[in-house]
Design a protein around this ligand. Structure first.
Ligand code: HEC
Length: 114
């Protein structure tokens, strides 16, 4: 019986696939590399904005000005950087880029209430 439930757990872990695992990694990477500016919830860190001499809203991933950016636009900003946003092309693993964009979009959607 115990062995059976252990096997069931193992089966569940394998069917959840690499997508779920990449997403968990992205959240951890976000906390490590992005939270200092964008905040844990993506709404932005006011003290950091002040230090960077930019409006606090610029660090809010759910800000209205960014609402019309496509997934490709966001990916480009993440890889190449834009103004005070550093480029991460050389800092994140290639297989983490899409998961990080997904994570950013998820936070932005939550902020926008969609
Ligand atoms: C040093 C502060 C800083 C760090 C660290 C940072 N960002 Fe940004 N990020 C910014 C700024 C500032 C902008 C707005 C750029 C502009 O002026 O258009 C931005 C913009 C973005 C955008 C485009 C959407 C928007 O609101 O303009 C995404 C997506 C994004 N960041 C994701 C991330 C991710 C993911 C990480 C971590 C891997 C990260 N950022 C780390 C400062 C930062």
């Amino acid at each position: 019986m115990r062995m059976k439930s252990w096997l069931a757990t193992l089966a569940l872990v394998s069917v959840s696939g690499s997508g779920a695992i990449a997403q968990a990694d992205a959240a951890a990477t976000y906390d490590k590399m992005c939270k200092s500016c964008h905040g844990a919830d993506g709404k932005g860190d006011a003290a950091k904005a002040k230090a960077l001499k930019i409006a606090p809203e610029k660090l809010n991933l759910g800000r209205a000005e960014a609402a019309n950016l496509s997934r490709d636009d966001l990916k480009k900003i993440l890889l190449d950087g834009k103004e005070k946003m550093p480029g991460y092309a050389k800092k994140v693993k290639p297989d983490e880029v899409d998961a990080l964009v997904d994570h950013s979009m998820k936070l932005a959607a939550a902020i926008r209430g969609k």
